[in-house]
Design a protein around this ligand. Structure first.
Ligand code: NAP
Length: 392
């Protein structure tokens, strides 16, 4: 019995070691290569050929001897590599920063980091490092944990009036005494590089150009640059937060996908997910989306970043991924997405966690800062030579 028999235009890449499959009868079409999954073909260990019948057709399958691990043998998804896409976009942004510099403009990002939250400090540090890498100027303001809403409004106001600042980043979460919405709404929308301001959300909803939230914008870059067809595709977005699910659903709709938005009250979630040609998971629930919810061949964008520290949980999720399990044992924690790691066996393309959506968030922050500088300060001549990412 052969499952997942799909015509393939060329030999599939490693770790497959099949030499080929040949249709014997009836000769309705020519199928030269296919992917056949363990444990459906248990004799895979040995070189040779076997004869199979599927859907009334007979065909023979030739394969080489393999000594790959079970998980590697059954891996089918094309990896949508966020690190590679980040490098591509950074190269484009560097060109654009050079052009802006020639026109006397150096894009600048100001980060407001309130208090001493270690995770926030780490995020801001990475963002400033990215600015340095691209030749952007950056500034860090560090009001104390005790800062009031009024004090922070004054900080934001100063930055709004500083012409060298193109992007204002208020690192969240803010301390409980601060009215976060008021602070975010005080940011000049033309400097709102996080894309959280209601004006920018409104522009996105109405299909007007503006600054788009970084994580959803990064997911779209992955889909575009990963050549995932969006027009007419059924896209299922799991999560409806203002910073990920909602803007992403709008972006997918503008890309002509047919979008379904799911949330905690959605009924029969597995069935809804099974209809998705594109599935985006942004729930914050480790490995919640099971592999068999994913339609075979679907593209999966896993936004979730969940740290697992419980050894039993890690063993359960990663039992077929010995290398990752080894890393967990060495480090005591592992990052998993909202989609079960075994979805790599059903999806056609998938973002890994880590290394998928994660690197794209800072990348799009840089892209938004360059875009904000171009829109606010550059002459039309510079505006025509923009990078593809920051042009959007
Ligand atoms: P959030 O604000 O907590 O929103 C979670 C969403 O998931 C909500 O809309 C919620 O529905 C929905 N949800 C929760 N349980 C569900 C269930 N059982 N079935 C269906 N939907 C369910 O989270 P977020 O800020 O959007 O972030 C989501 C995940 O993405 C988190 O893991 C976060 O760490 C990660 N993230 C990663 C990046 C990155 O750079 N990689 C950036 C941002 C976020 P309700 O609305 O009904 O409550």
């Amino acid at each position: 019995m052969v499952t997942n028999f799909r015509p393939h235009p060329k030999p599939p890449p490693a770790p497959w070691r099949y030499r080929g499959s040949r249709l014997e009868s009836p000769p309705r079409c020519t199928l030269t290569w296919s992917r056949i999954r363990r444990p459906a073909v248990p004799e895979l260990h040995e070189a040779g050929s076997t004869r199979h019948q599927s859907q009334g057709m007979f065909f023979s399958v030739c394969y080489d001897s393999v000594s790959l691990h079970e998980s590697e043998r059954s891996m089918t998804a094309r990896i949508l590599d966020g690190l590679k896409i980040r490098d591509e976009i950074f190269a484009e942004l560097k060109d654009e920063v050079r052009l802006l510099a020639a026109a006397g403009v150096r894009p600048g990002l100001a980060a407001v980091l309130v208090g001493e939250n270690p995770a926030s400090q780490l995020y801001v540090k990475s963002k400033i490092a990215a600015c340095e890498q691209l030749g952007l100027s950056s500034g860090l303001l560090t009001p104390p944990e005790s800062a009031t809403t009024r004090e922070l409004l004054a900080v934001v106001d100063d930055l709004n009036h500083d012409n060298n600042v193109d992007g204002i980043l208020v690192q969240l979460p803010l301390p409980p005494q601060v009215d976060t919405k008021r602070i975010l709404e005080a940011v000049d929308p033309s400097k709102d590089v996080d894309g959280f301001h209601p004006v920018n959300l409104g522009r996105l909803a109405s299909g007007r150009p503006g600054l788009v939230a970084c994580t959803p914008a990064g997911c779209m870059e992955i889909l575009r640059r990963g050549n995932v067809p969006m027009e007419g595709a059924n896209a299922v977005v799991l999560g409806r937060s203002d910073i990920v699910g909602k803007p992403l659903a709008l972006l997918l709709m503008h890309a002509n996908a047919t979008v379904t938005i799911c949330h905690s009250k959605t009924r029969d979630l597995p069935e809804v997910v099974r209809r998705g040609d594109i599935v985006v998971a942004a729930m914050g629930k480790p490995a919640f989306v099971e592999a068999d919810w994913i339609k075979p061949g679907a593209a999966v964008i896993d936004v979730g970043t969940n740290t697992i520290k419980d050894p039993t949980e890690a063993e359960r999720l990663l039992r077929n991924f010995p290398a990752r399990l080894e890393k967990f044992r060495a480090k005591g924690s592992v990052l998993v997405g909202d989609v079960h790691p075994a979805a790599v066996n059903t999806a056609g393309a998938l973002t890994p966690v880590p290394g998928g959506v994660g690197p794209m968030t800072i990348t799009m922050l840089m892209s938004n800062t360059v875009k904000a500088a171009r829109l606010r300060r550059a002459s039309p001549a510079v505006s025509t030579s923009q990078s593809t990412a920051s042009a959007r």
